[in-house]
Design a protein around this ligand. Sequence first.
Ligand SMILES: CC(C)(COP(=O)(O)OP(=O)(O)OC[C@H]1O[C@@H](n2cnc3c(N)ncnc32)[C@H](O)[C@@H]1OP(=O)(O)O)[C@@H](O)C(=O)NCCC(=O)NCCS
Length: 463
Amino acid sequence: MDTQPTSQYLGDGLVMRWSTPADAPNISRCAGRVYNNSNSPTLNEVAMARTARLLRGDSPFMSPNDFAIIIDASQEDQPVVAFAGLWKHTIRYDGIACPVGRLEYVGTLEAYRNHGLSRKLIEFVHAWSAARGDLVQILTGIPWFYRQFGYEYGYDRGDIVSTLINAIPKLKDGDLETCFLREANLADVPTLIDLFNTDRNNSSLWLDMPSGFLEYLIVGHQHSRADLRLDHTHRVYVVMDLPLWRNAEGRIVGFVVASNQRQGGVLEITHVGFSEDLYIPDVIPSLLRAIHAAATSTAVQGNPGLTAIQWIIPASSRFRAALPPSLTVPSTTEHCNHTYFRVPDLVRFLCSVVPALDARLARSRVYKSYTGKLAISFYDRHVPGVFIAVDRGRVVAVEELARGLEGNARFPPLTFLQVLFGRRSVGELKHVFPDIEVASPEVEGLIGELFPSGRSEMATFFT
Ligand SMILES: CC(C)(COP(=O)(O)OP(=O)(O)OC[C@H]1O[C@@H](n2cnc3c(N)ncnc32)[C@H](O)[C@@H]1OP(=O)(O)O)[C@@H](O)C(=O)NCCC(=O)NCCS
């Protein structure tokens, strides 16, 4: 199927269908009502601006046709009463590109809640996501709700930390700064993408930067339908080193994406990237002073002074490792640290990543010449298991496990996704789920080599 399905009548005047550009004001109004505080007559302006921006045709995440919506056709103004957006991403599974759908912006108007509308929309979105070729769906969202739709946590970004402005060391008399910031322009984009990808090969899971993402942040506010009060929500800066001979041109050694709308006195940094040959601690004090200066000079009127820089980046990143404890304090944030994963067809997904599984076995000291079988079952007879055959260190078959067979590794449904995406090892999970059963240490060792845990660094993209 290469076109989105047509509309469905749900009864009671409700019609479910995919959006068109003409729906933008209607969806945006619905988002403004859904994301305001309960019963408040005011609309959430930021949510309205964001959804309008997603629908204006230049989003790196979705097209204007990628909101699934439900309309109440029995009302005169035919309002959108529920919506669910579908974004497009590519995940690298140890380097193998894998198309992914991301459920983002899910909501139902209060008066229509608990009538199964989100369930209908999510099933509608999943069906189209699978039909367009996505092998996985991901999302960050409210706790538990998405488990009902086959999601399980597969990746944790780790705790968010902040740097207090007061803790940033002052430049000592006679010392020179080691780097400075300038706003990025379109010509910088290829270099910045290379910098973003510096650590890609060290990470089991990696979320590619969506095509056009940096361009969108750099010039998106120039779009004819941009709302300049609320758009241009991020600024992209390049980090230049300062050669000792000051009249020579600096070199780009990194980049920083900073939010443009501060939450009180807190500035969010959502992405950083640095060249491989840079010893990051050398630039940290100068970088922090430069971020502070840039944020102060672009401060929106009425905003309080900057008190902290909040790092919305993976805790396992090189930059986070380089930030000294004296420059970090734990931070509370509305951003969700955990990413949900859904794999509708496990066999299909595993077949697509066989080269990654082979490479993992080839790196293993014990299993590089292994011959044997892994048969994973999920207790529930409605959930098909998976059979993997390994011959002299290579995966030679991935198939559905014949129904009724027990397998040599048994997992309660969905828990295996934590192992598949490396969030937890089997050993760690067994403490929480005693009903995970593995036939022998040999099989558990094989699972550990095929699906190593704790090696991932996945960025979060949002607008
Ligand atoms: C969460 C929300 C989208 C649910 O929409 P809805 O149309 O009422 O959901 P449904 O009626 O389809 O509910 C599906 C199931 O989830 C349950 N459910 C509903 N809201 C829930 C919630 N907040 N948490 C957990 N479960 C919930 C329902 O009971 C139902 O279960 P059932 O089929 O066993 O009865 C809606 O409450 C909402 O818009 N909330 C505010 C915005 C928000 O939080 N969005 C999610 C952002 S990630």
